[in-house]
Design a protein around this ligand. Structure first.
Ligand SMILES: Cc1cc2nc3c(=O)[nH]c(=O)nc-3n(C[C@H](O)[C@H](O)[C@H](O)COP(=O)(O)OP(=O)(O)OC[C@H]3O[C@@H](n4cnc5c(N)ncnc54)[C@H](O)[C@@H]3O)c2cc1C
Length: 455
């Protein structure tokens, strides 16, 4: 069989030109676009799907700040605004384990639309980034594919907020992809209808789970000790019972996790119960296989909930997320890659663009920020060590080691990095300088103006 084909060169229509182009609209990209637009530059926000919000709206990840406790110190800024606006628009409910609000994944689509519209951002949905336009070492825009075919969008600055560093990688920046066998698990998320909330909550109160319950059998989670006795909306017992009774195969160790919010209407959302190891989020064949397997396992989980969980006898699947949820793929090799020491040891940096509490969740570690400890995020972690000028990264693909990623991948941290990236991109346009040459004092003054704590 032929192994490659040569694509003929073709001319591609330029359909749009902008100051700052943000590719990807998750917590990182949405925050970047808003921050830049609020500095008066011309901003375009592009996504491959039909809504903004990334994992919040596409996957159904609703726990935006489930780490927040009384002593937690945070950046505020656009991340906090997501919660406040969602609350004001009836798209958030109190989160069960923290002093925060859980975002409603459907309602947040409207929240994001409103924020984008109010900021005067040019929206471009249903376009898949496929190639960068790089001339003389500088990124000049991107090529997208859509129902309209192949199109070019020109831009003075590009923010890569795809989560997977798609733009940076294809533009020649060095990236680091976690080996598949070490990647954090992927999850097919779902929402339920038909829960008897009273009965369910009575069951939770009668047998409350804690974070120490996350460790059992093959699953072990390192904590600081202070987390162990704290309540966690965790579910494993129904699945263990189902395994004993043969409803779930005894050797399947992928079902177990957390429930999100139970609504008075009988919906239970953000069911984070299926954890699939070995899924490579940059490989469409792997994604295909795990989407199908994840749905199959979600239905087993629902059967088990029906049988063994108070208040769940009448539950049915309301919906799956629009896509499997991917936690871990590529990150840029940055001017400075954040380290485990930075996230565990309150890292401090002269080029801080925002702070994030000491919250680490991933690779078998769970540290909750109940003490007021926090780290700073350096601007250098948003800038690739190599690759074209004019490109900055926001969201979970910023540079760092595995444990650093377990902190920086969290949505509120992605929003901090995003807001910083947007400010730096806009400032570099205002000052007609390279992204590297922005004056950090001016960046930090703008962070102050936008209500972001950075020190
Ligand atoms: C199952 C699951 C549960 C999680 N639970 C939590 C939690 O409880 N709390 C928490 O804080 N974090 C959680 N996370 C992590 C968090 O959701 C992500 O790390 C975070 O959303 C990353 O934000 P981002 O902006 O970098 O990217 P994303 O949210 O992934 O957004 C990227 C956007 O880019 C778009 N995009 C990607 N590629 C292209 C392309 N080629 N062309 C055009 N558009 C593109 C996507 O459509 C998407 O809209 C969870 C993650 C998963 C998968």
């Amino acid at each position: 069989m032929q192994t490659t084909i040569l694509e003929p060169a073709r001319s591609v229509p330029v359909v749009h030109s902008t100051g700052v182009l943000v590719v990807g609209s998750g917590p990182g990209g949405l925050a970047a676009a808003l921050a830049a637009a609020r500095m008066g530059v011309d901003v375009t926000l592009l996504d491959r799907f039909g809504c903004f919000g990334g994992n919040i709206t596409v996957v159904g990840v609703e726990g935006f700040a489930w780490y927040r406790h009384e002593q937690t110190i945070e950046a505020g800024g656009i991340g906090r605004e997501f919660e406040d606006r969602a609350k004001a628009m009836g798209a958030a409910v109190p989160e069960s384990q923290s002093l925060s609000y859980e975002l409603d994944s459907e309602g947040f689509k409207l929240v994001a639309d409103r924020l984008v519209e109010e900021a005067g951002i040019h929206p471009m949905l249903h376009r898949h980034f496929v190639a960068p336009i790089v001339e003389d070492g500088t990124i000049k825009g991107i090529i997208v594919e859509s129902k309209a075919g192949r199109q070019a969008i020109l831009a003075d600055r590009v923010v890569d907020a795809t989560g997977d560093a798609d733009v940076a990688q294809r533009a020649g920046a060095s990236t680091d992809k976690t080996p598949v066998e070490q990647m954090q698990a992927a999850s097919v998320m779902f929402h339920l209808a038909g829960v008897d909330k009273k009965q369910f909550m009575a069951g939770v109160r009668a047998d409350p789970m804690t974070y120490s319950d996350w460790s059992s059998g093959e699953w072990t989670v390192e904590t600081d000790g202070k987390e162990d006795k704290m309540f966690s909306p965790f579910l494993r017992k129904p699945f263990e019972a189902a395994q004993k009774d043969g409803l779930i195969p005894a050797d399947l160790n992928t079902i177990g996790g957390t429930w999100g919010a139970v609504h008075d209407s009988g919906e239970m959302t953000y069911m984070n119960l299926v954890h699939l190891a070995g899924c490579d989020g940059t490989d469409p064949d792997s994604l295909t296989q795990f989407e199908i397997e994840g749905r199959r396992q979600a239905m087993m989980a629902i059967d088990a909930l029906r049988q063994y969980t108070p208040g769940c006898a009448g539950v049915r699947l309301r919906n799956f997320g629009m896509s499997i949820g991917i936690r871990d793929t590529r990150k840029i090799i940055a001017r400075y890659d954040m380290t485990e020491q930075d996230v565990r040891g309150q890292g401090r940096f002269d080029d801080s663009i925002g702070i994030y509490p000491e919250f680490i969740d991933g690779y078998g570690i769970l540290i909750l920020p109940t003490t007021g400890r926090y780290m700073q995020i350096p601007l250098r972690s948003l800038l690739a060590r190599d690759g074209p000028a004019g490109l900055i990264v926001a969201g979970r693909a910023i540079g760092g080691d595995k444990i650093a990623h377990a902190a920086t991948r969290n949505m509120a941290c992605c929003a901090v990095a995003g807001q910083g990236a947007g400010i730096v991109a806009a400032l570099s346009l205002h000052r007609r300088c390279a992204l590297d040459d922005v004056n950090i004092t001016e960046v930090q003054a703008e962070l102050d103006r936008q209500g972001v704590r950075w020190q």
